[in-house]
Structures are given as structure tokens and as C-alpha cells.
Design a protein around this ligand. Structure first.
Ligand code: F6P
Length: 331
């Protein structure tokens, strides 16, 4: 395959800290190969609407520390239709794009597969705070989002401790508990509710609060993954069972913002670089993934069938660290 001359780069789905670092890496790696790079704005919808900007070395300067995405992002329903995809292909042909780097999560990669089936090669870079992409150990943004949630909960703990109260905190993660479990472990939560663990409310929450009380604790922190339930409902149940009224905090979209951590900047830079290497070496239609610390390429179709499970040994570790653990409990 002759060396390609022009590629597009876009960010799609929920934004994640480090997306900008990935865009920067794609642009700079492409330019180093003599490949022109066009930024597509607002994700797949931007391809439909021919919404683009020419990228230069300077246009991606001072981006490493910036959260969000300078290319904007969207969840495009039109791109899910045949007609929308045809319009996107027409834009690629019109702009002379011989490949597209798509930065996002599983939804983005389903779009990538559709476009690649219509003859436009796509390379995907996993970026979502949820870390729920099956083909990769790690997604850009996860570390930053965890650290943001941890910082919020540390602050919350100070006031909970002073007032000897119970707090229920809801964190994001969509249908997965990766973020909640990591955060819950890192803040020493009394209990962590994740969708992957079948909840026994009495045992997993109430008994743990009781046991913590017996051990001398006077404040309690319950972390709930959004996929496991609503914080206010968990709060109501605690009040019903124990007669204490917990404070309710939903960290929400704050988790998606802020400066990316070093891990996210570095991973985004490597993934962006290897995405361009794939195109430069005549490959495409793959996801750049991390597996056991190394960067690998996985064909998009295969990547979309891969599943990643919450590490239940980590769930057990979280439990063991707190009072009220039933070590014999079947995970
Ligand atoms: O996928 C990232 C994410 O932040 C999820 O954690 C959350 O469920 C969802 O996006 C929220 O999406 P929106 O910003 O569209 O409400």
C-alpha cells in the first residue's frame, strides 16, 4: 500500500481527560510521517456535516494538560443510520481522507466498524472514564476520573468525620463498576456497590455499617456505582434500617473534567503514536489496546466481541480492608 497522505481524527461519545493528549499525539505523529491531519469536529456527526479543521503542529500546542476535547464530541444518532454513514463516507472522499482515527469508547468503535465496512479504514483509540472497553486493560481518562472522585470523597470524609455522619456517594461508570471499585478501595469505603456483584443489602451495607460502628467508627462512606443503583435510594434504605440520615452526593460530570493525570497523558501519547504507525505501515480497522502493559492492535470486529470482567479479587481486597468482612462469602 502506498503511503497515505491525509487522515482525519475525531473524538466521540462522553469526553475523557487525556482525549486532547491523544489528538495531539495523532497530529504530531502524522506530521512526522508527512501525513496531513484534519480534525473532525463533534465526532461522527462532524463527518456527516463536513465539520472540520486543518490540524497543524501549533494547533495542538499546550494541549497535554487540558481536559475535555478541543474537537468537541457528540453522540450521533444519524450516524447509526445507513444514510448518515453514506454521508460520512462522502465527506471522507471529498476531503481526501484515507483513514480516520476515532477516539472514544465502545459506541465510537461500533461507528468505526460501520465506516470501515464502507471502505474507509479506521483506527480506534480507547478513551472513556468508565474503563469498560473489552479489548483493552486500560482506557484513557480512567485514572484522571478516579483521582477526581477520590479528591472529592477525601474532602467529603473530612466533614463526615467531624459530624460523625454517614455518606452515600454515587460515581459514574455506566454499566460497569471499575471506577467505583477503584475509588472505593482508594478511599477506604465502608461498602462499595457495583453492578457486577449481586447485592445483599443487609449483608453488604447494613451489617458493614453496624460492624464498623462496633469497631469504633463514627462515620461511614458508601460508594455506589451508577450502574448499581441511585445514591438517594441507597440512602433511604440505610435510614429505614438504621435510623440515620445519610448525606447524598452524586459526583456526576465533574469526573469527566480536569487536567489529565500523568498516566493518561502518557498513555494517550503512546496510543496516538501507534494509531498513526498502523496507518503509516498500511494497516487499519483496528483498535489500539493495552494488554499487560504493551500496546497491541486488535481488529475492530474482534475487539467489539471481547469482554472484560471486574476483577472480583479486588472486590474481596476492598472488603477485607474494612471491618465487617465475611471472608467466607461466595463472590
Ligand atoms: O461513558 C462516560 C459517561 O460519563 C458514563 O460514566 C455516564 O454513564 C455517561 O457517560 C453519561 O453520559 P451523558 O454525559 O451523556 O449524560
Amino acid at each position: 500500500m502506498a503511503m497515505i497522505k491525509r487522515i482525519g481524527v475525531l473524538t466521540s461519545g462522553g469526553d475523557a481527560p487525556g482525549m486532547n493528549a491523544a489528538v495531539r499525539a495523532v497530529v504530531r505523529a502524522a506530521l512526522a510521517h508527512g501525513i496531513e491531519c484534519v480534525g473532525i469536529r463533534r465526532g461522527w456527526q462532524g463527518l456527516i456535516n463536513t465539520d472540520f479543521v486543518q490540524m497543524t503542529r501549533a494547533s495542538v500546542g499546550h494541549l497535554l494538560s487540558r481536559g475535555g476535547t478541543i474537537l468537541y464530541t457528540a453522540r450521533s444518532e444519524e450516524f447509526m443510520t445507513e444514510k448518515g454513514q453514506e454521508k460520512a463516507v462522502a465527506t471522507c472522499r471529498m476531503l481526501g481522507l484515507e483513514g480516520v482515527v476515532a477516539i472514544g469508547g465502545d459506541g465510537t468503535f461500533r461507528g468505526a466498524l460501520a465506516l470501515s465496512r464502507k471502505g474507509i479504514p479506521v483506527v480506534g483509540i480507547p478513551a472513556t472514564i468508565d474503563n469498560d472497553v473489552g479489548c483493552t486493560n486500560y482506557t484513557i481518562g480512567f485514572d484522571s476520573a478516579c483521582n477526581t472522585a477520590i479528591e472529592c470523597i477525601d474532602k467529603l470524609r473530612d466533614t463526615m468525620q467531624s459530624h460523625e455522619r454517614c455518606s452515600v456517594v454515587e460515581v459514574m461508570g455506566r454499566n460497569a463498576g471499575f471506577l467505583a471499585l477503584y475509588v472505593g478501595t482508594a478511599v477506604g469505603a465502608t461498602a462499595v456497590l457495583v453492578p457486577e456483584h449481586k447485592l445483599d443489602f443487609e449483608k453488604d451495607v447494613i451489617e458493614r455499617i453496624r460492624a464498623s460502628r462496633l469497631a469504633g467508627y463514627t462515620h461511614f462512606m458508601i460508594v455506589v456505582a451508577e450502574g448499581a443503583g441511585k445514591a438517594h435510594e441507597v440512602g433511604d434504605k440505610i435510614q429505614e434500617a438504621l435510623g440515620i440520615k445519610p448525606t447524598i452526593s452524586v459526583i456526576g460530570h465533574i469526573q469527566r473534567g480536569g487536567a489529565p493525570t500523568g498516566r493518561d497523558r502518557e498513555t494517550a501519547t503512546r496510543m496516538g503514536y501507534y494509531a498513526v504507525e498502523a496507518f503509516a505501515e498500511g494497516r487499519g480497522n483496528c483498535i489500539i489496546a493495552t494488554q499487560e502493559g504493551s500496546i497491541v492492535e486488535i481488529p475492530i470486529e474482534e475487539a467489539l466481541t471481547m469482554k472484560k470482567h471486574l476483577q472480583m479479587d479486588r472486590y474481596k481486597i476492598m472488603e477485607v480492608m474494612q471491618f465487617g468482612t465475611n471472608l467466607d462469602k461466595d463472590l
